[in-house]
Design a protein around this ligand. Sequence first.
Ligand code: ZN
Ligand code: ZN
Length: 132
Amino acid sequence: MIDNDDEVIVLTENVTIFEGETRKRAVNIRKRSDKLIKFAIRRYTENGIIACRAFEFDKFYKDIDKSYIEMHHIRPICQYKNVQQEQFLEEALKNIVSLCANCHQVVHLHNPCLDVKKVENAIQFSFQKSAI
Ligand SMILES: [Zn+2]
Ligand SMILES: [Zn+2]
């Protein structure tokens, strides 16, 4: 095992670690609209399933769990000009896409966020390569 200082550490049973230390953290966050998320869930649900826009999550995992989904803001809330932005529902829904947790994480690995289409293309390319 190599730690941050590139020092080789030999794992033995005598190695101890500490976890669970408490720390206080104060951060300002932008509140998402629960109402918008409820409307988005209603809009994107088809036959009781909300699909991931980048990957056929429900077909891949079949009956394991078809209901787990997250909503992603294409344009992040932090980029809104005003602290609070009022907009019509249809306009607000254009900024929301449904993603499975994995695709959502991948989209957020980059700053600014990756385009969902780019993630979708990468997944399709990967499946095409594995099918050859
Ligand atoms: Zn997101
Ligand atoms: Zn996905």
